[in-house]
Design a protein around this ligand. Structure first.
Ligand code: PA5
Length: 430
């Protein structure tokens, strides 16, 4: 079978140290498979494609068709793991300005009055549906936005019609959102108990928005399933996800790096960076350990952060993601007068120019700047390869956190700001 993903460690000395990890990786692989490590009750994502709820998937497809046929906009209302995966996938697959009959907008991910006002104002003249996504059902950003959206919807089309325009993804048994769905009769999809937000992109959290955006969720799940098989081997030399986890660990413990810089060369992959930052930061940043995940979009950021990367404090290494083919391409035309002196590029494509920018930058950073660089190559970004890639990162993240002896699946630190905020807001009990 053709290989899906290539990793190039050439620009670091990690390959010479790979074998040092072989034994430890085998031990951790066993605790992942036996679901016996820290946070083991949140390992449902690991073999999720073996337990798919086929009825729910068919319902999602049916509802998505209804939404595409009857509305102009779908507002996905969620935050963190309850929206980043869907957004990353939709933008990666379609680009930032895709012409489609259904527009997807994200709300519930901020308290920003300006953003919220402008979205609500825009929706006044649109036929819109809502997908509210919250496992707990109580996340404040999401709950406030949902209250505002629901009020606007009911004001526009009435309580009865709103029932056919509200889709909720939440916990199976508990939570305010589940209770509201039961009371009002809103369609409800399940975010399984044993899967946390940042590992939920293959559940209805990601599947419903993706299906509404017109993508083939079966193919997305097939890519995930192939990843599940390909990254199942406990032999480090055979398992690229585990190799990448060890590369991160090696950079952190042996090379003294404190920042992993995720690098893309396409703006529509920026949200994939955001998803990666959440995945790794919330999974690993505990007990005063972990790499700080940061991200850049090249070549844009070469004109700002590029200086620091090349010659600043040697705190970072790069994890570069590159697809060989772009969603679209543009050819540079001939110009008779050549005032801009660009005729040396005539008939060349922007994909080619971007590729040369990538190669030139890699050489500059790795060889002249001494920044360790690792490149992950995919042939192209489609539903299958994206499912594969996202699973790759999830599996690598679990291994990487266990290498640090961290529970990858909780996020105790995020509660502290909430307590302070609730106290200041006067919430009962705080
Ligand atoms: O990954 C996580 O668990 C978090 O980012 C959550 O997804 C986020 O806080 C939203 O929580 P909820 O789905 O309960 O609204």
């Amino acid at each position: 079978m053709k290989e899906m993903l290539f990793i190039n460690y050439r620009h670091s000395d990690f390959k010479d140290h790979l074998n040092d990890y072989a034994k430890k990786v085998k031990e951790i692989d066993t605790i992942i498979k036996n679901k016996s490590g820290r946070g083991n009750d949140y390992l449902g994502w690991f073999d999720y494609t073996d337990h798919l709820n086929k009825e729910e998937i068919e319902q999602i497809k049916k509802d998505a068709k209804y939404v595409r046929d009857n509305f102009e906009v779908l507002v996905v209302c969620g935050i963190g793991g309850s929206y980043l995966g869907a957004r990353a996938a939709i933008e990666a697959l379609g680009g930032l300005n895709k012409k489609d009959k259904l527009e997807i907008i994200f709300l519930g991910n901020t308290f920003s009055p300006t953003y919220t006002y402008q979205i609500l104002d825009y929706l006044k003249d649109k036929k819109f549906a809502i997908n509210v996504v919250s496992k707990s059902g109580t996340t404040t950003e999401t709950a406030i936005a949902f209250r505002l959206l629901r009020n606007l919807l009911i004001e526009k089309i009435g309580k009865e019609n709103a029932k056919k325009a509200i889709y909720a993804t939440t916990d199976k048994e508990k939570g305010i959102l589940k209770e509201l769905c039961d009371k009002e009769g809103y369609q409800r999809y399940i975010l399984p108990d044993d899967i946390g937000g940042r590992y939920s992109v293959f559940t209805p959290v990601g599947l419903f928005p993706l299906a509404c955006a017109g993508y083939n969720i079966h193919v997305f799940l097939l890519g995930c399933k192939r990843g599940y098989y390909d990254f199942d081997d406990d032999e480090l030399l055979e398992n690229k996800a585990y190799q990448y986890a060890c590369f991160r660990d090696y950079m952190y413990k042996n090379k003294g790096k404190s920042v992993e810089l995720f690098v893309q060369y396409e703006p529509h992959l920026c949200q994939l960076n955001e998803w990666l930052k959440q995945l790794f930061a919330e999974s690993e940043g505990k007990e005063h350990k972990g790499l700080f995940p940061a991200s850049v979009n090249f070549s844009t950021d070469l004109h700002s952060l590029g200086q620091f990367i090349q010659e600043g404090s040697p705190i970072l290494f790069e994890t570069i993601f590159k697809a060989n083919t772009s969603l679209h391409d543009v050819t540079i035309p001939h110009d008779e007068e050549d005032f801009d002196q660009l005729n040396y590029l005539e008939n060349k494509t922007l994909n080619y120019v971007n590729e040369m920018a990538f190669e030139g930058t890699l050489k500059a950073h790795a060889e002249q700047g001494n920044v360790p660089c690792m490149v992950i190559y995919l042939e192209k970004v489609d539903e299958y390869s994206l499912g594969y890639l996202m699973y790759f990162f999830m599996k690598a993240c679990a291994m990487s956190a266990y290498l640090l002896d961290i529970n990858p699946f909780n996020q105790p630190g995020v509660e502290i700001y909430k307590k302070n905020m609730f106290h200041l807001l006067g919430k009962k009990g705080y």
